[in-house]
Write a protein that binds this ligand. Structure first.
Ligand code: XBP
Ligand code: MG
Length: 258
């Protein structure tokens, strides 16, 4: 049985609740900036989240609502420009500190570092968005805490494909048995399980109804002593919030048979 050495974190929905009031608002700002009368309301965006990747999500929306625009000869450049505008609006929001970490995330990261565990990221969003989030979500210089940021187009197949997890493990010469993944969505856990990773889920408003079969633990959040978590599926925890000791115990339990 391999000891746990590395925690691999998803970003959107896991480190911070970024989708409804962050990415979605930035997409709409980019559409307005480009004089496009498109407005992704909360429910519409929830449907579009079934496709990961902002550029891919725009094209998915076009396929549903404006299939004729998919015939544009400059489609790739046009979508890339829309996404570039969106990313600028989104990083502006992050820079204003408007998108905090979810409850318990910073504490769990600190506990992991105190145990000498390695931290890394595997996300579909852009590296730029990760940098801005880590630089502005707390007073700590969090960017230095993560040894590898596997993000966005660094891989050709995005989640639910396991590619981004394979990329991160390859970069750090890791085996799945020494890692544990933290995700929030069905696309995310499909990716982490396909990479043979034990996975801990924290749900959010968009992903609560998702199928998390195969997860080692499903929580509503990591929580704090004064803001307890709720175990939706999985073992009883040592406290009313997820600690690094719980994570290590869950890893040991799930890799005993591997
Ligand atoms: C979530 C995603 C991303 C974001 C939007 O990423 O699918 O596409 O919704 O960010 P994860 P971009 O949960 O893997 O962190 O527009 O930069 O893609
Ligand atoms: Mg996510």
């Amino acid at each position: 049985m391999k000891q746990l050495t590395t925690l691999i974190f998803d970003v959107d929905g896991t480190l911070a609740d970024t989708e409804r009031d962050g990415h979605r608002v930035a997409f709409n700002a980019a559409f307005q900036h480009n004089n496009l009368a498109w407005d992704w309301d909360i429910a519409t965006y929830g449907d579009l989240l079934s496709v990961t990747g902002g550029k891919e999500r725009i094209k998915y929306f076009l396929s549903l609502k404006h299939p004729d625009l998919l015939k544009r000869t400059d489609l790739e450049q046009w979508v890339a420009q829309l996404h570039k505008d969106k990313t600028r609006f989104y990083t502006d929001m992050l820079q204003q500190g408007n998108i905090p970490f979810r409850p318990g995330v910073l504490r769990l990261l600190q506990e992991a570092r105190e145990k000498g565990l390695r931290l890394t990221i595997a996300t579909t969003t852009t590296p730029e968005n990760v940098t801005y989030l880590l630089d502005h979500a707390s007073d700590e210089k969090l960017l230095d805490w993560f040894e590898c940021i596997g993000a966005g187009d660094i891989v050709s197949a995005k989640k639910p494909a396991p590619d981004i997890y394979h990329y991160v493990m390859q970069q750090l010469s890791l085996s799945p048995a020494e890692c544990i993944a933290f995700e929030d969505s069905e696309n995310g856990i499909r990716a982490s399980l396909a990479a043979a990773l034990t996975t801990i889920i924290s749900t959010n408003d968009y992903t609560r109804p998702h199928d998390f079969s195969g997860a080692a633990l499903v929580l509503n959040q990591y929580g704090e002593a004064d803001n307890p978590c709720q175990v939706i599926e999985g073992p009883v925890l040592s406290h009313d919030y997820l600690t690094i000791d719980d994570v290590m115990a869950i890893h040991q339990q799930s890799t005993e048979h591997k």
